[in-house]
Design a binder for this molecule. Structure first.
Ligand code: FFO
Ligand code: GTP
Ligand code: MG
Length: 463
């Protein structure tokens, strides 16, 4: 283990700024010295004691509650001291400085972001998926996201991963045993129904992946870019979706130049909606920059709303413009990004125009009156892949979904190799081993220091 993992650490655990109560938390070998210096008396384990927190000169920094959690029964698994003081930034800084001074002889330092939780992970209090769930719970921006993070923190996701891993280990044992007794191979595998075991494993994996994808969606959301010719009503649509006058709307074509973005939520799924400059050939230097920015957004979108003006469907120029935009979208979009045709200004459009677009896989609406917005919201959820699972979603991250995809492809390989029998069984065993490694990456039983660095450094300070 790296040396830094043994340093005693201290930090303000509560949010910066003023609050009713603020907590300074200390973890590691010098907790006893800090108790002695700051509290001046012994503390009963896990019991709150009201006392003055003493400065070096003996005066009181504050009166508060001190709690000692002797190792290993603490958040980090190390000795932990909590000083619950009044929640002012200055008093908390004084208290933190006092703790650092008291722990100086043991090398106490200020904790890095996420370091308390990292210790909880390193001391086997929680696994990596649970540690990530703590950060996701704190960062949750919707109720659905918070509930799913809480499920993952309670171990629901990790539990499913462990169940998958156990089934995988069972199958691996079977295959590896067969390798040792090649002549009995066919019987062995058939009797134990290796094929059936593998299939059941794949089915369970598919269910876990579905729920994990939903969780990742709740956490990360999708980026939806509104694109189209000038004046189609893109800014009006952003405002209608957001329920606020965010972007400037005027009858002048070429109003929007800067990218305007807003995160909205539909059924708890965050959608990062981006309004962009109207797409056309322009000689205006400022507008040209706006259009380039629009393309920058479009090219990184998860979904594009291609907005059309229903009132202008009999203008050849307008229709040519739309064809040009459609062509540009088809050539410039890097991947298979879904493009949703949205026909706006339903309220003002001649019924012949409406009839012409009806029946296609498209949405007609009015950003002005709000008609049709419900259908658009539903369409966005569909495109995002949202299916509110009845049993509840647990929080997962893209990292987890990627690992599960790799498990899936190793299992597919294993299935193909099983079908080939004798020559391929050692390769099948190897695929199963690789699949197990991917599962272990999720819970952190198999990982690199780099990965841990990336995960824990994104926590807030004191966590
Ligand atoms: N005041 C305070 N509130 C807090 C925390 C904290 O550190 N301090 N937490 C932190 O962020 C969260 C709670 N997490 C915690 C997790 C484990 C233990 C703990 O003492 N575990 C022991 C004993 C378990 C038991 O008695 O069942 C252990 O695991 O052995 C404490 C807090 C949220 N609320
Ligand atoms: N009747 C009607 N007018 C609309 C509707 N949506 C937008 N408009 C009008 O269309 C004009 C252009 O709207 P904007 O939202 O600024 O259009 P835009 O696509 O953002 O335009 P640029 O920023 O120039 O590309 C404004 O006068 C809006 O009031 C609608 O649903 N019905
Ligand atoms: Mg606009």
């Amino acid at each position: 283990m790296l040396a830094r993992h043994n340093d005693p650490i201290a930090a303000i655990a509560t949010a910066p700024g003023r609050g009713a109560v603020g907590i300074v938390r200390v973890s590691g070998a010098s907790v006893a010295a800090v108790i002695e210096a700051v509290c001046g008396r012994a503390l009963k384990p896990r019991e709150a004691t009201y006392l003055p927190f003493r400065a070096a000169d003996g005066s009181a920094i504050d009166q508060g509650l001190a709690i000692h959690f002797p190792a290993p029964h603490s958040y980090t698994g190390e000795d932990v001291l909590e000083l619950q003081a009044h929640g002012g930034p200055v008093v908390l800084q004084l208290l933190l400085a006092r703790c650092l001074e008291a722990g100086k002889a043991n090398g106490m330092r200020v904790a890095e972001p996420g370091e308390f939780t990292e210790r909880a992970f390193l001391n086997d209090k929680i696994d990596l998926a649970q540690a990530e769930a703590i950060a996701d719970l704190i960062d949750a921006s919707t109720e659905a996201a918070a509930r799913s993070a809480s499920r993952s923190l309670a171990g629901e996701f990790s539990g499913e991963i462990h169940a998958l891993r156990d089934a995988l280990i069972h199958l691996r044992m079977l295959v590896e045993a067969t390798l040792d007794f090649p002549e009995e191979e066919i019987d062995f595998l058939q009797q134990a129904d290796a094929k059936g075991q593998l299939e059941r494993l794949q089915q369970t994996l598919a269910r876990v992946m579905l729920r994990a994808r939903q969780g990742a969606l709740l956490r990360e959301g999708i980026k939806v870019v509104i694109a189209g010719q000038p004046n189609a009503g893109k800014s009006s649509l952003l405002n209608a979706l957001a329920g606020a006058e965010l972007a400037i709307v005027t009858p002048v074509a070429g109003t929007t130049r800067d990218v305007v973005s807003q995160t909205i939520q539909i059924e708890g799924v965050p959608l990062h909606v981006i309004d962009t400059a109207g797409l056309r050939d322009s000689q205006d230097a400022v507008e040209k920059i706006g259009i380039e920015r629009a393309w920058g957004q479009i090219e990184t979108a998860d979904a594009v709303l291609f907005l059309h003006d229903l009132t202008r469907q009999s203008s050849p120029d307008y229709l040519c413009g739309d064809v040009a935009v459609a062509h540009a979208l088809a050539t410039r979009l890097p991947r298979a990004v879904p493009v949703i045709d949205v026909w706006n200004k339903l309220d003002a459009a001649p019924s012949a125009h409406v009839a012409r677009v009806a029946g296609h896989d498209s949405i007609t609406l009015s950003a002005k009156t709000g008609a049709g917005l419900g259908a658009l919201r539903q369409k966005l959820l569909d495109v995002a892949g949202w299916q509110s699972a009845p049993e509840g979603v647990y929080m997962a991250r893209e990292r987890h979904v990627h690992a599960l995809r790799r498990v899936e492809s190793h299992l597919m390989e294993a299935g193909a190799l099983l079908a080939q029998r004798a020559q391929a069984l050692d390769l099948m065993a190897e695929e199963l081993r690789l699949a197990q490694n991917c599962l272990n990456e999720i819970t952190g039983e198999f990982n690199s220091d780099d990965l841990l660095g990336v995960i824990f450094s994104s926590f807030c300070i004191g966590k």
